[in-house]
Design a protein around this ligand. Sequence first.
Ligand SMILES: NC(=O)C1=CN([C@@H]2O[C@H](COP(=O)(O)OP(=O)(O)OC[C@H]3O[C@@H](n4cnc5c(N)ncnc54)[C@H](O)[C@@H]3O)[C@@H](O)[C@H]2O)[C@@H](O)CC1
Ligand SMILES: Nc1ncnc2c1ncn2[C@@H]1O[C@H](COP(=O)(O)OP(=O)(O)O)[C@@H](O)[C@H]1O
Ligand SMILES: [Mg+2]
Length: 282
Amino acid sequence: MKDPLLITKNEILRFYKPVNPHTHKGLQGHAVIIAGSYGKIGAAVLASKACLKSGCGLVTTFVPKCGYQILQISIPEVMVVTDENANFITNIHLPLIPQVIAIGPGIGQELGTQKALFEFLRTNRIPLVLDADALNILAQNQSWLELVPENTILTPHPKELERLIGKWNSESEKFQKTVAFSEKYKVIVVMKGAPTHIINKNEIYKNTTGNAALATAGSGDTLTGIITSFLAQGYEPKYAVKLGVFLHGLTADIALPQTGYQSFIASDIIENLGKAFLELDN
Ligand SMILES: NC(=O)C1=CN([C@@H]2O[C@H](COP(=O)(O)OP(=O)(O)OC[C@H]3O[C@@H](n4cnc5c(N)ncnc54)[C@H](O)[C@@H]3O)[C@@H](O)[C@H]2O)[C@@H](O)CC1
Ligand SMILES: Nc1ncnc2c1ncn2[C@@H]1O[C@H](COP(=O)(O)OP(=O)(O)O)[C@@H](O)[C@H]1O
Ligand SMILES: [Mg+2]
């Protein structure tokens, strides 16, 4: 295995684009987040809010009907499109063409949702971020991985990774198998952990920000929103993932002196995004 390259502030500043003073919301990108099911609409809220708070101009969130009021009330800035079904997603129909679509946080694995994901992947040509239950569904239907566009970003935590690539006997085998998976399906794998690694074919990157405060519910859902935001804003996938994991970790490093490890929650990631961006701008 090659030595991983470090994702540091200097590395990020090689491609980070400060916001253009003459930009407008139409130029800042439109992202769609497909997320949530009954009891897990919070995942949709966290991913969508993180996406907006990372600079995306417009965010439309697709949820089952039970998520409509929750989203409209908790994040008025987000537009909402609902599935025809009440409690889980069964038929993905979008009345718009966004720059990027993220799918998976909190969607569950109901058979109807699995079928909806298959139909969606069969017809979709828009760049994708796949997380959580979208990964669990693909792990059970590996042939559907052939349907994902080149450079799709997958963001598995270790258990989701194991479901996708099978068990490993050593750290080096885990990396070997993930590199092989990334090469086979031409996808970028964000191997979430402590620390997070990015596998882009045979290139391996290791993040240098973040701490155990991130070991909290919804932490990955916010990462999905952040990476999706950077894709919508025009970053190439290989840069969107680096910027996303770096800033996500940086929020926890910034917040730690105030929150300690225990009281930091996923909403604190979103709350500290502003300070994290300012560290890049200074
Ligand atoms: N507020 C919400 O609505 C939330 C919804 N969530 C959604 O809930 C669904 C289930 O996700 P979960 O990830 O909880 O369930 P999973 O069953 O996918 O993962 C949990 C398992 O993975 C293991 N695991 C997780 N991180 C690990 C790590 N770093 N190292 C080793 N093992 C690790 C755990 O020990 C556990 O066995 C997803 O759709 C997710 O998006 C979660 O994000 C939690 C918050
Ligand atoms: N001990 C840790 N140190 C650094 N980062 C961590 C640690 N534990 C978890 N994380 C990060 O938190 C996030 C957890 O993602 P995930 O398990 O998908 O959460 P959820 O599904 O609840 O949103 C990942 O980005 C992971 O790298
Ligand atoms: Mg997750």
